[in-house]
Design a protein around this ligand. Structure first.
Ligand SMILES: O=C(O)/C=C(\CC(=O)C(=O)O)C(=O)O
Length: 303
């Protein structure tokens, strides 16, 4: 099957620099995706975008180039609830990748078990309206109850303005809950303003809530971009991410978000994204927690 990319689609950055910041030994890129390849793993009919291909081998090459040891591969919405590409990548990684799946209520216990054996440790509930159609909350809660028994967690993706409406559902989830990209704050608003305070309260009052401090390239309004050797990229996002890292050092994760679906204005150099990390986690202790201890506790607890 052949696919035509969404008009204006930006492909991932082909030749990232070797980062100046050396990540600690055993570091985990805890948020990345694979796309297809479409000819082998077709994109889902219900998808909202058609990406370029981004294969497991290309992901593993990036991992090695950036100095990471492992990946957490998150099911992208362009594959719907067909987890084959993500599962294939986890299986091929030799234990160096774990996965987060998208599942429907109709999934059987034995299918869940199969995902577990492949390395899946979580499910993702997506509330970003441009990416997915609505799924009833009772269906999601039923799935959360089932995967909780496997020791998995729930990853949630939503926009900051929707947190008040989703609060009761999120706080009723029985599992560890991992928020993608700090709940997408509007970084043109103050870091100590009511919108981001609500997110911090969500984490403060609920010890089961973790956050990925990822995607400055998606959240930034004034930049500068991680291109052309820029060592202080996305300065407007730094106060937000640093606040979360310093307040909740044991409940934060970081990921490249490669291959960066749906970016509209530029594609970052992933090497420079790694150089963003010490701006938000300034000490070696914070860096070790963010990049090694926390993801290992969540995804490889047996080690
Ligand atoms: O990659 C991300 O985390 C963010 C995405 C895409 C996405 O979540 C998906 O397609 O599954 C976005 O904001 O478009």
């Amino acid at each position: 099957m052949t696919f035509t990319k969404t008009p204006g689609w930006l492909d991932w950055y082909a030749d990232p620099i070797k980062p100046r910041f050396q990540v600690p030994a055993g570091a985990v890129d805890a948020h990345c995706h694979v796309f297809g390849p479409g000819a082998q793993f077709p994109f889902a009919p219900e998808r909202k975008y058609t990406p370029c291909d981004a294969s497991k081998d290309q992901l593993f090459a990036l991992r090695d180039r950036l100095g990471f040891a492992r990946n957490v591969i998150v099911q992208a919405t362009c594959h719907g609830a067909d987890n084959r590409a993500m599962v294939d990548a986890c299986r091929a990684s030799g234990g160096k990748a774990r996965g987060v799946a998208t599942v429907k209520r109709s999934i059987s216990d034995s299918e869940l078990q199969e995902l577990h054996e492949a390395g899946v440790r979580g499910v993702r509930f997506n509330f970003v309206k441009r990416l997915v159609d609505f799924t009833p909350k009772d269906e999601l809660m039923e799935i959360a109850g089932r995967i909780h028994k496997l020791g998995w967690h729930v990853v949630i993706y939503f926009e900051a303005v929707d947190l008040p409406e989703l609060w009761d559902f999120f706080t009723a989830l029985p599992t560890t809950v991992v928020v993608d990209h700090m709940g997408r704050p509007d970084v043109s608003k103050p870091v100590d303003g009511p919108e981001f305070e609500l997110f911090l309260r969500f984490m403060r009052e609920h010890g089961n809530v973790w956050s990925k401090v990822s995607c400055p390239e998606r959240l930034s309004v004034t930049g500068p971009r991680a291109l052309d050797g820029e060592q202080a990229a996305y300065r407007d996002v730094v106060p937000f991410a640093r606040r979360v890292v310093e307040a909740f050092p044991d409940r934060v994760l970081w990921g490249t978000d490669w291959p960066h679906p749906n970016l509209k204005d530029h594609m970052p150099d992933d090497g420079l994204l790694v150089d963003f990390i010490p701006h938000i986690a300034p000490t070696t202790e914070l860096q070790r927690k963010l990049l090694v201890d926390n993801p290992m506790r969540l995804y490889w607890p047996e080690e």
